[in-house]
Write a protein of this length. Structure first.
Length: 545
């Protein structure tokens, strides 16, 4: 027992009942070990079985819909977890083993404040309450990079935080009880490059301090090179290659591993049409959220999420909006679509839309679409994929018959590289990357003129990112679409945008042609963003070389 690893997974298989007596094998005889203080990365494309493997460790799969065939074994600290009692599992969940999930918005309770959600973990496992719990929560928020805002964020709800801030709250919850094993399922997917570097550094420091083991699930090979000791490459539920990171990346044996190492968004932005007319224009756009306090909840100040932004976007052009989490990127996109109350002037296709009533705005909704950052939160769990994509067709009365609308749904799914037969399934049956493609198909099926893309590739592995970038370029060239492309992945922005706008604290720090911003940024903040991005890019370049 003394020589047994912290975590030992042997011949783990996971099958799902799909109805009509059929089963689908998501994980097929997977074996690996993880020692105290070690980081093991599970790498593979969406649907390869990485997350299902991780969920099996804590027995969090939807049993009995999911089941483990005979011979499957997961031993943690010498104790078998497959088939363990609920009482035994509760003792380790969130305590000895903690997990950071891929999609923080669906993992955080929308009805509870940040303080209550982190405090719940401390109360259940440590018995902390009152001022002791509050002090520990502030300490944890400081650890994950919310230093100046820690105490102010205690009363915030998940929807009041940016995607990156929500992910940091999830990490704080996971670290609350100093776990022996941290399972991190794409923990840096939703954050910008500077915060990504900070979080990776934080995880390394905590690992050294606590002797904590990390099972790190990701599709970002640069992150793997930076944080992991060993790597297992998964394809279609099986481990096809395993070993120490340097050996696997420098001399990959399996064709699939080489495919992953070579995959990245390539190509250049579409050349905008010379005679392009202005499609979207904003002048002095402001979105201020009131800060209320005191007994009467009077306004004591404002959070200036977007503060006086001007820009022009022409048809066929892509404006890349970059900046750290909380800089106002998403809020700006929502304001342009009248999904967030804003002040200032917003024109679409030559028409002022700020003062339009909802009934007057509805016909324009078809021409202005959005792909949200969190696909699982934006897709109704009660509707099939076909119903989700077809909902807009019905609202805007596109297609005379159900058969015509179904043909449009099939075409949209084909465009985003999804099997049209999956239109009869539901969102929970798809991986994170597949759900994002469904969200893109829902927007594209209406053939819009203006598309706000809010981190549309953040949940996708590199090979699928490249496919989506190629698809977006193709659609833009064919239909002269205008994109507002919001992203923290500067490689993707460089492959798509012909103009870039850098935001910080709701204001424009720098803007101009993409080539100049990437090659010769003039502002220190922009240079810091580029330096962080190029550091990871250099690592990945070395990996491919």
């Amino acid at each position: 027992m003394a020589d047994e690893p912290l975590l030992s997974v042997r011949d783990l298989s996971v099958s799902f009942h799909t109805g009509k007596g059929q089963t689908f094998t998501a994980v097929d005889r997977v074996s690996f070990q993880l020692n105290k203080g070690e980081t093991l990365a599970l790498v593979g494309e969406s649907g390869s079985g990485k997350s299902v493997t991780a969920l099996s460790i804590l027995q969090l799969l939807p049993y009995p819909l999911a089941h483990h065939p005979a011979g499957s074994s997961v031993r943690f600290e010498g104790q078998e977890q497959v088939g363990a009692s609920e009482e035994s599992l509760r003792r380790i969940r969130g305590n000895r083993v903690a997990m950071i999930f891929q999609e923080p918005m669906t993992s955080l309770n929308p009805l509870h404040t940040i303080e209550r959600q982190i405090g719940e973990v401390l109360t259940i496992h440590k018995g902390l309450g009152g001022e002791a719990a509050r002090a520990r929560i502030v300490e944890l928020l400081n650890l994950v990079g919310l230093k100046e805002q820690a105490e102010k964020r205690l009363d915030a709800y998940p929807h009041q935080l940016s995607g990156g801030q929500r992910q940091r709250v999830m990490i704080a919850m996971a670290l609350a009880n100093d776990p022996a094993l941290l399972i991190a399922d794409e923990p840096t997917t939703a954050v910008d490059v500077t915060i990504q570097a900070q979080l990776l550094k934080l995880l390394r420091e905590l690992q050294q301090k606590l002797g904590m083991a990390i099972l790190f699930i990701t599709h970002d090979l640069g992150v793997v090179r930076k944080i992991a000791h060993r790597v297992c490459v998964m394809q279609k539920g099986r481990i096809v290659e395993a070993g120490d990171v340097k050996t696997v990346f420098d001399a990959p044996r399996h064709e699939y591993t080489r495919h992953l190492l070579e995959a990245e968004p390539k190509g250049k932005p579409v050349t905008p049409p010379a005679n392009a007319r202005t499609l979207v224009e904003g002048k002095d756009i402001r979105v201020w959220f009131p800060i209320k306090g005191g007994l009467l909840r009077r306004t004591q100040g404002h959070v200036k999420a977007v503060d006086g932004i001007d820009f022009v976007l022409k048809e066929g052009h892509t404006l890349g909006v970059v900046g750290e989490s909380g800089s106002g990127k998403t809020t700006l996109g929502l304001a342009l679509l009248r999904l967030e109350t804003a002040r200032g002037k917003i024109e679409f296709n030559g028409k002022e839309i700020q003062d339009l009533r909802q009934s007057e705005l509805r016909p324009l909704r078809r021409e202005m679409q959005i792909v949200f950052q969190d696909p699982y939160g934006s897709l109704s769990p009660r509707l099939s994929v076909g119903e989700i994509i077809g909902e807009g067709l019905k609202i805007h009365r596109i297609g005379r018959t159900d058969e015509e609308r179904d043909a449009l749904i099939v075409a949209a799914l084909n465009e985003v590289r999804l099997d049209p037969e999956t239109r009869h399934r539901y969102p929970h049956e798809f991986s994170g990357g597949q759900r994002q493609r469904i969200a893109i198909a829902r927007a594209l099926v209406l053939k819009p003129k203006f598309l706000v893309l809010d981190e549309p590739t953040s949940a996708l592995d590199l090979s699928v990112q490249a496919q989506i970038v190629d698809l977006l370029r193709e659609l833009q060239e064919r239909h002269r679409l205008a994109y507002l492309f919001i992203s923290h992945d500067l490689r993707v922005v460089r492959a798509l945008a012909d103009e870039v706008m850098v935001l910080k604290d709701g204001k424009i720090v720098e803007r101009g042609p993409a080539s100049r911003i990437f090659d010769a940024p003039t502002q220190p903040y922009t240079r810091a963003l580029m330096a962080a991005a190029f550091e990871l890019e250099a690592i990945e370049g070395a990996v491919r070389t």
